[in-house]
Design a protein around this ligand. Structure first.
Ligand code: AMP
Length: 396
């Protein structure tokens, strides 16, 4: 059975066609600059050359059609007919408090996605257009919504409530939701298997460290806590996001610079994090290079990033009253030996011991702790597309 996975962002669309008989990726690609001048499709069929098409994509509907055309293209395609696609799995950002699991899309599901536009203003509208474009292009083929917020629905009230007047939760659903849920769910379950832990009681901390960064605590794959909140701004220091700040910082900048709250929020989302702290880049490699050349601000940015991850790990060990495994994933987590090593150097009190040789790994599932380590520390590459395809397969 072949499953198409779609991940629609505000101006982009990422896709993978996966053969679920062997979980092999048949083709993957990206539509960029949707709705902007200079739209481009980059299609990578397995075993064939990359194929690029520059053609206007006024909306996601046109982009979906271009993906279909590329998949069945006589030269660059990988299937003869779109009828070979049995189902489409969609990454959908926000389901509010309605869905804690993936679901086959019907009119009710679309209504919920629409009702959550204000909680996910950049993504939910694009996600819905992607679903409707697939309904139009492939009538009768089931669409499955896999929600980024589903994993966080496992949190108890004490973890998801903000300590603000309860009426805002009741009126507007203002609470912590958590994001990167597909990744945390996938990696935590893989960690349970890889670490040969109790599938129902194993305590796992997943550090998803990429341009967006978040951390989760889960027991038996069920979320206990996760660092992102109402929006992905809360929690760890990220490429361009500040993570946790005292909300009075916003008031202070507004007053001193004559900016609106929305303008300062934009700064906290897009110009902060290691970019804002270093003044150099949002890419860890650039900032580490500058750190190596003696740049003080770059050094502080990287040290603060590591320190915040370590603090959250400490908090999550307390939240779960223990931890069996810590798993690193995403761009930095999978590839960056010094950052993994530096985070773990804070964790000696937990009996964490890292094998320096094994920690050299990049992008491969590896146990990087020593056999004597009291906590299993591992690198587990995330694979959100495969996780979405598996969820889709299970439902259709
Ligand atoms: P992601 O958002 O998961 O794609 O992660 C992007 C971040 O991962 C960027 O800041 C990159 O600097 C970092 N990254 C990607 N590859 C490597 C690598 N080989 N070594 C160190 N950092 C990396």
């Amino acid at each position: 059975m072949k499953i198409l996975v779609l991940n629609c962002g505000s101006s982009s669309l990422k896709y993978q066609l996966i053969d679920m008989d062997n979980e092999a990726v048949l083709a993957k690609g990206l539509c960029e600059r949707i709705g902007i001048e200079g739209s481009k499709l980059t299609h990578k069929p397995e075993g064939k050359d990359k194929y690029e098409v520059e053609s206007p994509m006024p909306d996601h509907k046109v982009a979906v059609q271009m993906v279909m055309d590329a998949l069945v293209d006589p030269v660059h395609g990988v299937i003869a007919d779109t009828k070979e696609i049995s189902a489409v799995g969609h990454r959908v950002l926000h389901a509010g408090q309605v869905y804690s699991d993936s679901i086959v899309v019907n009119e009710d599901v679309k209504r919920v996605i629409r009702e959550c536009f204000d909680l996910g203003p950049l993504h939910n509208p694009a996600n819905l257009i992607g679903i409707e474009a697939c309904e139009a292009a492939m009538p009768g083929v089931p669409n499955v919504a896999v929600f980024d917020t589903a994993f966080g629905q496992g949190m108890e009230e004490k973890a998801y409530m903000y300590a603000i007047p309860r009426e805002y939760y009741e009126k507007y659903g203002i609470r912590r939701y958590g994001f990167h849920g597909t990744s945390h769910s996938f990696v935590s379950k893989e960690a349970l298997k890889f670490g040969e832990l109790d599938p129902k009681a194993g305590k796992v901390i997943v550090c998803h460290l990429g341009n967006g960064a978040s951390i989760s605590a889960s027991i038996g794959g069920k979320c206990v806590d996760t660092s992102m909140g109402l929006t992905p701004l809360e929690g760890l220091i990220m490429g361009t996001r500040s993570g946790d700040v005292d909300p009075a910082v916003i008031q202070s900048i507004c007053n001193k610079e004559g900016k609106t709250v929305n303008e300062v929020l934009d700064i906290l989302n897009k110009k902060s994090g290691i970019l804002g702290m270093s003044g150099i880049s949002s890419d860890f490699r650039d900032v580490q290079k500058a750190q190596g050349e003696g740049d003080h601000n770059a050094h502080v940015a990287i040290e603060a990033f590591i320190y915040r991850v370590a603090k959250y790990i400490g908090a999550y060990v307390a939240a779960m009253n223990g931890v069996d495994a810590i798993a690193f994933t995403a761009g930095v987590g999978e590839n960056d030996k010094p950052i993994r090593g530096a985070v773990c150097s804070y964790l000696g009190y937990l009996g964490v011991e890292i094998d320096d040789e094994k920690n050299k790994v990049r992008g491969e599932r590896t146990m990087i702790s020593t056999p004597a380590s009291k906590v299993k520390v591992m690198v587990i590459p995330t694979n959100e597309e495969l996780a979405i395809a598996r969820e889709t397969l299970a439902l259709v």
